[in-house]
Design a protein around this ligand. Sequence first.
Ligand code: SAH
Length: 257
Amino acid sequence: MATQRPSFPVRLTPTASAATRGRVPATLVKPMMPSTPSMASDAVRARMVQKLAAQGISDPRVLRAMGAVDRHRFVDSALVNQAYEDTSLPIGLGQTISKPSVVARMIELLLGAPALAGKPQERLGRVLEIGTGCGYQAAVLNQVATEVYSIERLRGLHERARANLRHFRLTTVHLMLGDGMLGYAKGAPYAGIIAAAGGEAVPEAWVSQLAVGGRIVAPTHSANGGQALVVIDKTPRGLERLILEAVHFVPLKSGIA
Ligand code: SAH
């Protein structure tokens, strides 16, 4: 497996904040600092990974990635104590960071893309994430993919993710402000597309920006009025669609705000 990328450099002092640009409230863009020593958070995160494994996450790439990313750096300081609980947490502007078991499940599904069949050690190629939020899932994806394009429609969260991720100096994560319902054509074709917000159906743009051998994992409205995870594979024979378990995501909305 290509895991030669160095692990995150951990620096405890914030770099220049995007707040200095004065476009969004400083409280939204301040990089979230841990209030627990990193050794303690390593232990709590290791326990989270053990629980994920006990719940059925079995792909070592996913378990490693979940163990490698400091989730506590992405949540508000008042919520740091809950950062490694299996719960979704508010990240501002009415949005939430998905719970770890859902992030792990969706990334495990993404790694099941046809192009990676029989290659249990390999990284995915370019991935598109719809809904950057606080940037946590983009950082996890970066552990399992060669490149991550992540698009967010809310400027406040786009800036916040930028501030949070600056800390990790990830050169292979690209954050865009835009309407992810249109995908992001400049990065296409993608080996995987993952959505963190649920709409009526999977937009046509995502399907057309997916590489052959690629997979989309997204929450979409289900017949009973709720949401379900949908997996779409693009194969040489056409699209293959699978509807999986019920989920609960924030809505996919169009336009930038
Ligand atoms: N992956 C994120 C989860 C964020 S919640 C994390 O780790 O924090 C889902 C996000 O999707 C919200 O921030 C919401 O603003 C965003 N979103 C909803 N519709 C969107 C669209 N059309 N384009 C881009 N982002 C969208």
